[in-house]
Design a protein around this ligand. Structure first.
Ligand SMILES: *Cc1c(COP(=O)(O)O)cnc(C)c1O
Length: 371
């Protein structure tokens, strides 16, 4: 049996006609950049996330970049974030000439450890950039508290967590700004790149609307130097269509996660820990296991898709050597990078496929399987 890590073809099969109609509408209109489809999606995401203002942009990476630009982050500034994330989290900071300052994660949630933030705050710190990793939100109350005390802004990297909640509040709406990605493998994925910035601050939203069109307002009159980062109408049409399924898909991911949790309860692996005040959307279902690399090779041999998110923590990336971090600086992030493995958890996964995955992991962990 072949069990891919993610099966977007299976999802497409369930919505094919609707998607084709939505795309055809855009083709008929020949309106491809921003326009009514993008405005429509912005309104839908505002309703869905509960954010006051939403701005469609070209990618999740650009959403982060524009969010920091809107806060005037620049050379000499520092932004506190996690070293255990996708590269775009830190690169948004670097691309503005600012410096990412890393803080280790909590071992069980893999999210930034709020207790370790304050000791990293300096005169140059401008913002805190927590990531809601794998579909579960970071512990926001203490993050917001320390930010307020030091006059810092909070930008949420919610690329993996659209629809997740923390104490009943939706991802992206607790900090000054929230950033979503519509990369195809995210829970709400487009058919190409896309992203969105959300905020409850009307002025910040307006700044981002101007920044995404080269800083021009009106057209050809440039108040600031912005970038070209718009959401395509084709992507907006796809995403609007898919949004009505998102809650159901995320619930299906939770169902699949619960199936694994139960199946692994008597197995020597660590299943994901979700805080009682959080609802995860399980963008990834990540196990922590002793012989991670051997297990991964074994699963690949059985045609079971799995992946390491992420093999190299950001502070140890070659491009960040100049920041002066060394191995051992963030032990929990480094340990997570060595010991974790993501399993298929996508909504269309069948029980038979899940049983197949479970049986091969059980056989491996109990020592019955050989490579
Ligand atoms: C996917 C992702 C991004 C970047 O989003 P893109 O749309 O791929 O540019 C940023 N941060 C995190 C945590 C992500 O998972």
């Amino acid at each position: 049996m072949n069990v891919p890590l993610l099966d977007l073809k299976a999802q497409y099969a369930t919505i094919r006609e609707e998607i084709r109609d939505a795309i055809e509408e855009v083709l008929a209109s020949q309106h491809f950049i921003l326009g009514p489809k993008v405005t429509g999606l912005e309104q839908q995401i505002a309703e869905y996330s509960g954010a006051g203002y939403t701005v469609g942009v070209a990618s999740g990476s650009d959403a982060l970049l524009l969010a920091l630009m809107a806060l005037d982050v620049g050379p000499g500034d520092e932004v506190i974030t996690t070293p255990y994330s996708f590269f775009a989290t830190a690169s948004a900071v670097s691309r503005l000439g600012a410096t990412p300052v890393f803080v280790d994660i909590q071992p069980r949630t893999y999210n930034i450890d709020p207790k370790k933030i304050e000791e990293k705050i300096t005169e140059r710190t401008r913002a805190i950039l927590p990531v809601h990793l794998f579909g579960q939100m970071a512990d926001m109350d203490p993050i917001v508290e320390v930010a307020k005390r030091h006059g810092l802004k909070v930008v949420e990297d919610a690329a993996q967590s659209i629809g997740a909640t923390y104490k009943g509040k939706k991802a992206g709406t607790i900090g000054e700004l929230g950033c979503f990605s519509f990369f195809p493998s995210k829970n709400l994925g487009g058919y190409g790149d896309g992203g969105m910035v959300v905020t409850n601050d009307e002025q910040i939203a307006e700044r981002i609307r101007v920044l995404r069109v080269h800083g021009s307002k009106p057209k050809y009159y440039h108040q600031v130097v912005g970038i070209n980062s718009r959401l395509d109408a084709l992507q907006a049409a796809v995403l609007s269509t898919k949004l009505s399924y998102l809650e159901g898909w995320s619930a299906a991911r939770r169902r699949n996660a619960a199936f694994y949790d139960a199946a692994f309860s008597d197995v020597n692996v660590e299943t994901p820990y979700i805080e009682p005040f959080n609802v995860s959307i399980y963008n990834q279902y990540v196990l922590r296991v002793a012989c991670r690399d051997d297990l991964m090779a074994h699963l690949k041999n059985q045609e079971i898709g799995c992946e390491i998110y992420y093999p190299v923590p950001l502070h140890l990336q070659a491009c960040y050597q100049h920041l002066g971090y060394r191995e051992g600086d963030f032990p929990e992030s480094e340990r997570a990078a060595r010991k974790t493995l993501a399993l298929p958890v996508y909504p269309e996964l069948t029980e038979m496929q899940q049983e197949y995955v479970v049986s091969h992991i059980k056989a491996f962990v109990s020592g019955e399987a050989s490579l």
